[in-house]
Design a protein. Sequence first.
Length: 288
Amino acid sequence: IVPYAPGGTTDFAGRQVAQKLTEATGQSFFVENKSGASGTIGSDFVAKSAPDGGTFLVNDTTYAMLPHLLKKLPWDHATDLVPVTTLAVTPLVLVVGEASPYRTAKDLIEAARRAPGKLNYGSGGVGSSTHLGGELFKQHGKLFITHIPYRGAGDAMLGVVAGQVDVLVTAAPTAIPQVRGGKVRALLVTSAQRLPSLPDVPTAAEVGLPGFNASNWFGLAAPRGTAPAVLDKLQAEVKKALAAPDLARRFAEQGATPGGLPVADFQQFVRAETVAWGRVIQAAGVRP
């Protein structure tokens, strides 16, 4: 179950891995999209599904944000869905429009500090990953930049392309096609190393923001009560699928690193991400 509409990065990751799992196991893995309410409809569906190894959730970074953005979730976030493994991890990319006067991240940061509140950044809406990515940039840069929410991440990208907003912080798979198409200019990536798909774009640490190292991740979760042997088997098959050269190449083109974390490690990772994004949301003053 992908809890978003078809065509997004979460959907892409889920479908690529589902195809490989079908080929490797001889069992059919189908992707069904159950979108709506920031991913809570699809997530709740899986949380309430039978723990028989037949239904899994393709979740992402937003999953770690949900407890801090909604007053009440229809499932227990801590216990009702069991993280299984990562599918991919992608850094964030800070972009400006191609016509922007800011050629480097240093130019942008200096301009923001000279005129607090004058610059703005777009997002896919209050509480979205693009909103919180922008807030992280503000927090690590100690900047005051005005938030301009759009109805979705696609509209926010159109806004920065058209020059309606100065900055957008978005996932690498969203940014890379626009950078290659000459629509936007990438000023930094939040990975520890430069991306092979954007070799000329410096890391946040290189431009003086060493703490700005957030990522978007995509993974699998199962209903509570799913047998540990099923979780371990799925994790092993996903790791094997992600090692396939053609899939690794497709992910690399999107600026993504293939996942495959062991079950226990991914569970610990999701708990840490939930705490970390909670701090960002609190510092940004976002209310449920």
